[in-house]
Structure formats: structure tokens, C-alpha cells
Design a protein around this ligand. Structure first.
Ligand SMILES: Cc1ncc(COP(=O)(O)O)c(C=O)c1O
Length: 380
């Protein structure tokens, strides 16, 4: 490859009608949140997830907030979330003035550890948010049982796991109400955007109501508002892009999986690197190809590796930092001094490598060879 080429951590991949549909949306004049692409995208995406209703939004963050609002999460309610995930999950809980309750994650999938959930449930717990981290499904069966036993809502955040499967079911198709992001780095994208999917008609209606400033869904607009609403409306142009992307979602997933196969093959013999896994009965979509360094065995630290890769024009990202001790929590009077050892280790030693669906095989070879050389240099 041309060594001057910068390899971004992720860029969108267009395989079909992206230009055609967005142009149609623009030409039609329907560029705000009415227009035929919205309904089509909502219907096809919810069907893809195995759910009855889809409600598109401005982002994954707004989708999470909307879902919690539709569930009636109120100030003082407790919501269980993984300590290791994207901050939007925490923020959505805080927007409701509810209390986030953190649970450590599994050391191999980086998903919420089902065995550590029940000890965090109190009389105030109302919901569990499960995140399918970096594209690997969370272990849903025991979590669904816990939610059922304690009468809790279960919300899946499948922002990172479009098309991932757990025992044959799609991620985002198992909780009562589930959320997606369509940010540009996601497996399918609308630029910015998100969606809520559910099979519960009442929750779907509540989402439609709250996302559109609480205008009545049934009566003519009279500009009287009973509730506090939000403008979380996706545009028709974004939905056009989303629909085109959705038409090729299985190809995009296959490309991600093929990239992971190549990475796994080329990195497997380098000491000190934990590679992503795919548990039995799951389909990992490898949204990000995430590796965990064992610095002593590898020879250099995660941060040094990232710097050296950047010098070689290879872009990477840190893993998430723990949520339980984010400084913003003090503004809500929340202090959590517990230790979450797995999250801690992941946040110190994890990084993800370039992961675009359209990543070239020769670039994967170059990235892996560069990592190999960096290991060798420190361990001659
Ligand atoms: C698990 C998870 N939830 C929510 C979000 C937020 O999505 P958005 O950036 O579209 O607001 C992200 C974004 O990457 C995410 O990874």
C-alpha cells in the first residue's frame, strides 16, 4: 500500500442507492421530518430487528432518552447500566433525573455481567439497559430472566450491534424497547440519527408523541401541550440514506465479519493481545475490531502502541472509561466508590483498530504487520 495513506478508524461504506435516494428526498422538497422515506425506513428497520414498530430519531442518545421517557422513568428511579459503555447511556438516565446504577462487565465479551446484576437491584430499580458492546451480543437469556423475576423493563442498546444475533434473535429484538444509533461510524448510518424499536404499540405511540414536542397523535394540532416534549425528529433525507444502507445491511455485516477473520488470523500469534471472540450461538458483527493489550507480554503499553500506530498513519481509539466515577456525576450528588475491576482493566488496556466495512485487506495486513514489528522491537 501507499504508506502515506491515512487509515481512519471508521468511515461509512456506500454499496447501493445512497446517492439516488438522498437526491430523491432533496428533489421532492420533503427535507424535514415528513416524507415517504421516514415511514419506509421505520417499517423496514423494525422488521429487520423482528419488532413491530420503529421510531426514528435525531441520534442514538435521543433514542435512549425517548425510550426511557416512554417507559415513564422518573426522578429517583434507578436504572441499571454497564459501567463499561458509551457515556450516552449514562446521560440518558441523567436526563430523566433517574439514578444510574453501575454493573461491571464480562472479561471476554465486555458486556454487562449477568451474575452481577441481581445484587444491584433495589425497590427503586425500574429498568436494565443492556448494551451489545463493540458488536458482540450480551448474554440475554439470564438477563431476561432477571428482568422478568424482578418485574423490570429491559432496554437493549444495540447502537454498536446492528444485525448481531443471540440464539437466532437479532440484537434490538429481545427487550421491550430497544435503541440504535446511526452515527457515521455505525454499521448502517444516516449521518447522525437513531431509532427506537418496540413491539408494544403503547410505547411506540408514546415515543412518537414525545419525539414531536408532544403534539397530539390523534387530534388536529391546536398548539395546546399537556406534557414536556422534545424535537427528536429525523429528516427525510437522513431516512433516505438509512433506507439505502439498510438494503445492504447483510453485506455490510459480512464485510465487517470478513475483516475480523483477517485480523484474527494475522494477530493470533502475537503474544500479549486478547482478540475479540464470538461466543457459541451468537453472531458478532465486529462493529469495532477491539483488542485488549497485556502490556507486559506485549512489551509496550496501550498508549505507546496507539502513538506508534498513529506515526504509521493508522488511526485507533481508546476503549471507554468507567462511567461510575465520571466527574459529571458529582453534579447529581452521585458518588460511587466501588471498584469495577474488569471495566478498569479494559479502560486502561483496550483499543480498537480501523474497522470500516470497506477496509482494504492490504491495509489489514499492513496494520497487523506494524503491530507485530512493534512487539518484536521491544522483545528481540
Ligand atoms: C452503546 C451506544 N449507545 C449510544 C450511543 C449514542 O449514539 P449517538 O452518537 O448517535 O448519539 C453510542 C454511540 O456510539 C453507543 O455506542
Amino acid at each position: 500500500m501507499n504508506k502515506k495513506e491515512f487509515i481512519p478508524v471508521c468511515e461509512p461504506t456506500y454499496l447501493g442507492n445512497e446517492r439516488k435516494y438522498t437526491q430523491q428526498a432533496v428533489s421532492s422538497g420533503w427535507i424535514s421530518s415528513a416524507g415517504s422515506f421516514i415511514g419506509k425506513f421505520e417499517k423496514k428497520f423494525s422488521q429487520y430487528c423482528g419488532m413491530k414498530h420503529g421510531i426514528v430519531t435525531t441520534s442514538g442518545t435521543s433514542a435512549l432518552h425517548l425510550a426511557l421517557v416512554s417507559l415513564g422513568i422518573k426522578p429517583g428511579d434507578e436504572v441499571i447500566i454497564p459501567d463499561f459503555t458509551m457515556v450516552a447511556v449514562l446521560f440518558a438516565v441523567l436526563y430523566c433525573q433517574a439514578r444510574p446504577v453501575f454493573v461491571d462487565v464480562e472479561a471476554d465479551t465486555y458486556n454487562i455481567d449477568p451474575e452481577k446484576i441481581e445484587e444491584k437491584i433495589t425497590a427503586k430499580t425500574k429498568a436494565i439497559i443492556v448494551v451489545h458492546t463493540y458488536g458482540h451480543p450480551a448474554d440475554m437469556e439470564p438477563i431476561l430472566k432477571i428482568a422478568d423475576k424482578h418485574n423490570l423493563y429491559l432496554l437493549e442498546d444495540a447502537a454498536e450491534a446492528h444485525g448481531a444475533k443471540y440464539k437466532g434473535k437479532k440484537c434490538g429484538g429481545m427487550g421491550q424497547i430497544n435503541c440504535f444509533s446511526f452515527f457515521a461510524n455505525k454499521i448502517i448510518t444516516t449521518g447522525e440519527g437513531g431509532a427506537v424499536v418496540t413491539s408494544n404499540a403503547r410505547l411506540a405511540d408514546r415515543c412518537r408523541y414525545y419525539k414531536n414536542l408532544c403534539f397530539s397523535l390523534t387530534r388536529e394540532r391546536n398548539y395546546c401541550h399537556r406534557d414536556l416534549g422534545y424535537n427528536y425528529r429525523m429528516t427525510n433525507v437522513q431516512a433516505a440514506l438509512g433506507l439505502a444502507q439498510l438494503e445492504n445491511i447483510e453485506k455490510l455485516v459480512a464485510m465487517r465479519r470478513e475483516n475480523a477473520r483477517a485480523y484474527n488470523h494475522l494477530l493470533k500469534d502475537i503474544p500479549g493481545i486478547q482478540l475479540p471472540i464470538e461466543k457459541e450461538n451468537t453472531r458478532n458483527v465486529y462493529w469495532m475490531y477491539a483488542i485488549l493489550l497485556h502490556p507486559k507480554k506485549f512489551g509496550i503499553s496501550r498508549n505507546e502502541l496507539m502513538l506508534k500506530l498513529k506515526e504509521k498513519r493508522i488511526d485507533t481509539r481508546y476503549f471507554f472509561r468507567p462511567l461510575h466515577n465520571q466527574r459529571v456525576l458529582s453534579k447529581f450528588g452521585i458518588k460511587d466508590k466501588s471498584i469495577y475491576p474488569v471495566t478498569q482493566r479494559l479502560s486502561e488496556n483496550g483499543l480498537y483498530l480501523p474497522s470500516s466495512s470497506k477496509l482494504k485487506k492490504e491495509n489489514i495486513v499492513y496494520i497487523c504487520q506494524t503491530i507485530k514489528n512493534l512487539h518484536k522491537k521491544t522483545n528481540p
